[in-house]
Write a protein of this length. Structure first.
Length: 177
């Protein structure tokens, strides 16, 4: 009985390195693990209201929360005025945002909620806050995503930006959704 246990133990130890290299080793060698990275979104939007307005934004997406903030410009005549601020969410398939600008008229804002983004384009009923009321208007546009980092792992990200915020971030971690 003792010999059988010793033989089985030896076989298990001999097989352990093969098991470690088998599934996990082959998968690691065959492909790269997708990881959360900091991304820049370029959003263009056209608000089709009584006056059609074009807008463009460059924002930084937080991959951990799918939220973004940034600034943008509105086309007025033949000029682009860099006066807008924007906040929102983008999860790769659904976009929501709220954009506002203080001039030329105070209290001007517009947005869209939970519109599908298909092949980088969106179209839906948005809203415009203008003076005291809110009105529904069509909004169309595009979303382009550019990865701005390429961290091999979470440790590399934390090393580049030491501190509690980096340590609690998902950047560099394997993608789970």
């Amino acid at each position: 009985m003792k010999r059988l246990a010793t033989t089985l133990g030896a076989l298990c130890l001999a097989a352990a390195p093969l098991a470690l290299l088998g599934g996990g080793g082959a998968a690691g060698a065959a492909g790269v693990v997708s990881r959360y990275q900091v991304e820049t979104l370029t959003i263009t939007a056209t608000l089709h209201a009584y006056v059609t307005t074009n807008h463009t934004y460059t924002v930084t997406l937080n991959p951990c929360t799918d939220t973004f903030t940034g600034t943008g410009s509105v086309e007025v005549g033949t000029s682009w005025l860099p006066i807008e601020s924007i906040t929102g969410t983008y999860d790769g398939t659904t976009l929501s945002f709220y954009a506002s600008y203080p001039t030329p008229t105070p209290n001007v804002a517009y947005g869209i909620n939970d519109v599908a983004v298909v092949d980088g384009a969106f179209s839906g009923t948005g809203f415009r806050d203008y003076f005291p009321g809110t009105e529904p208007w069509p909004v169309t546009g595009t979303v382009a995503v550019t990865a701005t980092t390429d961290y091999a792992n979470h440790g590399a990200f934390v090393s580049s930006d030491p501190g509690a915020d980096a340590a609690h971030s998902c950047v560099g971690m394997p993608i789970t959704h």
